[in-house]
Write a protein that binds this ligand. Sequence first.
Ligand SMILES: [Zn+2]
Length: 417
Amino acid sequence: MKQLVIIVFILNMVTPSAGYTQKGNYLLKPARVFDGKNMHEGWNVFVSNGIISEVGANIKPSGTYTTIDLPGTTMIPGMIEGHSHILLHPYNETSWNDQVLKESFAERVARATLHLKNSLLAGFTTLRDLGTEGAGYADVGLKKAVDEGIIPGPRLIISTRAIVATGSYGPKGFADHVDIPLGAEEADAGNIVKVVRSQIGKGADFIKVYADYRWGPSGEAMPTFSEEEIRLMVETAKSGGRYVVAHASSHEGMRRAILAGVETIEHGDGGTEAIFKLMKEKNVAFCPTLAAGDAVLQYNGWKKGSEKEPLRITEKRKSFQLALESGVKILAGGDVGVYSHGDNVRELELMVDYGMQPEDVLKAVTSGNAQILHMQDRIGSIKPGMLADLVAIAGDPTKDIKVLRQVKFVMKDGKIY
Ligand SMILES: [Zn+2]
């Protein structure tokens, strides 16, 4: 109880409106530390003014500091969600179409502030957000509000509106004389350079392109942009210090995006042995978003546990297995927003269920994701010099991934939430 008392005391004494302590000096004493790659029994972590300054057994920092005992817990680097939509909420609450067309930006932002808080308290201290889905540049404002301490939330890496080929994206099904706002920004060969530059100018940390979409004659996923068009986006983004990632589910959509130079492929349901081999060769990471399919199929009536697995799940298991065997880098990201924010661990549980070792999943969601996001010098590991993004979990997640739901302590940037 002693450690609990200390935390509550700190929160009551110095809590500003956003619900966190100020940066200070803290000696954190969990049972063990997972540093992003390996487990160390009996290690402690010393945080000084927002930065991890000492790590190891028997560390004895000088000066004044607060000691926080976290018995029985595993301290891990703050987790990194690889694929979120902070401006969406579960489709079984409100369909995607209705979110885009009927919810005001004000409502969507109000919801997003809660989504951010829930993500942070679930131990996710960084989110790579893959598009506002019709909410314009609202992610830019949300990111600023978090950075300025106005609302609690994870550090955001944002893509703003995302880019789709003309005619491919929804909402669809309206009379042709009705102008409908879309879930992303249209571009084609003639204006791709301008659209990429304008998204960067408005605050995009990276560019997301839909390399295919369900716009085939029977609603199947078919490629949208040509390889040349995607390459032009990549070159334009690169010269501004940004990278491009691609939504791609079809074999051909994936192939074009990989050859055009994107850094990650999202979903990748149509991935084959040859495609994953090509990804490994070109150093393109794979974000499988297992939880999105799992959720949508249940929204459509699949009774998981009591009914046979739908073909789409069986095939996803197979392609994920092929990806694991190929050695392609796996980015942990679930498309959270399709399901509840704060339930991010659902993806990690499915990664284990589909054949990945818990320890590898834990590496992926910390140091692995950090490396793929080019942020390995700041986050994803517990070692001196890194930002103090630290989470304590009751139990050992390398033995049972589910314990990642038992979050006992969250620190982001040296502040305790
Ligand atoms: Zn998504």
